[in-house]
Design a protein around this ligand. Structure first.
Ligand code: NAD
Ligand code: UDP
Length: 330
């Protein structure tokens, strides 16, 4: 297959690139490095089946030639306003990448009769009133709240994808991805696992927004990529599919696990004021559709995934100038 992948320099995009290349496919990566990192793709500098195009997908796309599939993964993904890479600081870029970027991707797929796969999100469920969340749930989203630029843009992207499927019979797939973590996340991404690992490695208290009773269900990146690849290859999947690990933790529990794994004496710091309106109180995927359609179930338990992520964070930190401040063992 010749696959066009937007967001290839990002966390998920770079892992997906590696997986597609390992399967023997050719990958055309497109990225403008808004939140991605060049080093995520540095190991592919001499890979003949990989080409990287620097382009903003919200702008009209050049013709990169025929492809068999378009995978749209470009988009800021962190909700944390404290990070320069958080979508509250990139509001228009986030809206346009998911709106215009999806439109251009769908047009590109239509032109070449390619399959189209959208990286959507559990955020389409907003602050869910149904728990766990099945794909049939329509969500509870504030269209003018602080998370709207992401949530509503992804909802628009899903609607646009279905419009192309219904009007043109385009072969489309929608992955509703739940919180995924692993190596290559930006250290300064602002999402909870990078924040907590970084704080624990630096012997600081872990910052808990609110009282820590809100829950998330964390999926290790290798499991997620396996689900995406199965969704790409399955014969037909026009409707959204939840991909995530149903193992649910409170944020307080997550903090305690990370402090224990890293022997962090720094403890916890509660920052009630940073728990913003619309921050989902509970989130857990109902993955029965993915299990039935794709024969997929996540395998990597939280502590195992955290160990692998911590090893990667340590390595990157020790390669940077701040290495002196780091503890010796995990
Ligand atoms: P990321 O920030 O690491 O990757 C996003 C990539 O898209 C970056 O390389 C960035 O530079 C690129 N990009 C952004 N805007 C662009 C534009 N206009 N043109 C070209 N490239 C652009 O984030 P991620 O966690 O890898 O997320 C990837 C996708 O998966 C996103 O669409 C995100 O919404 C979705 N998703 C991720 C998660 C998760 O837990 N990681 C959960 C739900 C959905
Ligand atoms: N969070 C936290 N401390 C941090 C970063 C995040 O307590 O340093 C909380 C955040 O308020 C949310 C949860 O952790 O309730 C998950 O946040 P994240 O940004 O990882 O992703 P979300 O699932 O909210 O998109």
């Amino acid at each position: 297959m010749r696959v066009l992948l937007t967001g290839a320099a990002g966390f998920l995009g770079s892992h997906l690139t590696d997986r597609l290349l390992a399967e023997g496919h050719e990958v055309l990566g497109v990225d403008n490095f808004l939140t991605g990192q060049r080093e995520n793709l540095a190991h592919l500098a001499h890979e003949p089946r990989f080409t990287l195009y620097e382009h903003d997908v919200a702008q009209p796309w050049p013709d990169w030639g025929p492809v068999d599939a378009v995978l749209h993964f470009a988009s800021p993904a962190s909700p944390n306003a404290a990070s320069p890479y958080g979508y509250p600081n990139l509001p228009i870029e986030t809206m346009l990448t998911n709106a215009q970027g999806t439109y251009h991707g769908l047009e590109y797929a239509r032109r070449y009769g390619a399959r189209f796969l959208l990286a959507s999100t559990s955020e389409v469920y907003g602050d869910p009133q149904v728990h766990p969340q099945p794909e049939s749930y329509w969500g509870y989203v504030n269209p003018v709240g602080p998370r709207a630029v992401y949530d509503e843009a992804k909802r628009y992207a899903e609607a646009m994808t279905m419009a192309y499927h219904r009007r043109y019979g385009l072969d489309t797939r929608i992955a509703r991805i739940f919180n995924t973590y692993g190596p290559r996340m930006r250290l300064d991404d602002g999402r909870v696992i990078p924040n907590f690992i970084l704080q624990a490695l630096q012997r600081q208290p872990l910052t808990i927004y609110g009282d820590g009773s809100q829950t998330r269900s964390f999926c290790y990146v290798d499991d997620l990529i396996e689900g995406i690849v199965r969704l790409l290859h399955v014969a037909r999947a026009p409707y959204p599919v939840n991909l995530g690990n149903p193992d649910e933790y409170t944020i307080l529990e997550l903090a305690q696990v990370i402090n224990r794994l890293l022997d962090n004496p720094g403890g916890l710091k509660f920052e009630a004021e940073r728990y913003l309106e619309g921050d989902p109180k509970r989130r857990r995927p109902d993955i029965r559709r993915a299990q039935k359609l794709l024969g997929w179930t996540p395998r990597v338990p939280l502590e195992e995934g955290l160990h692998r992520t911590i090893a990667d964070f340590r390595q990157r930190l020790s390669a940077s100038s701040s290495s002196d401040a780091l503890p010796e063992r995990a």
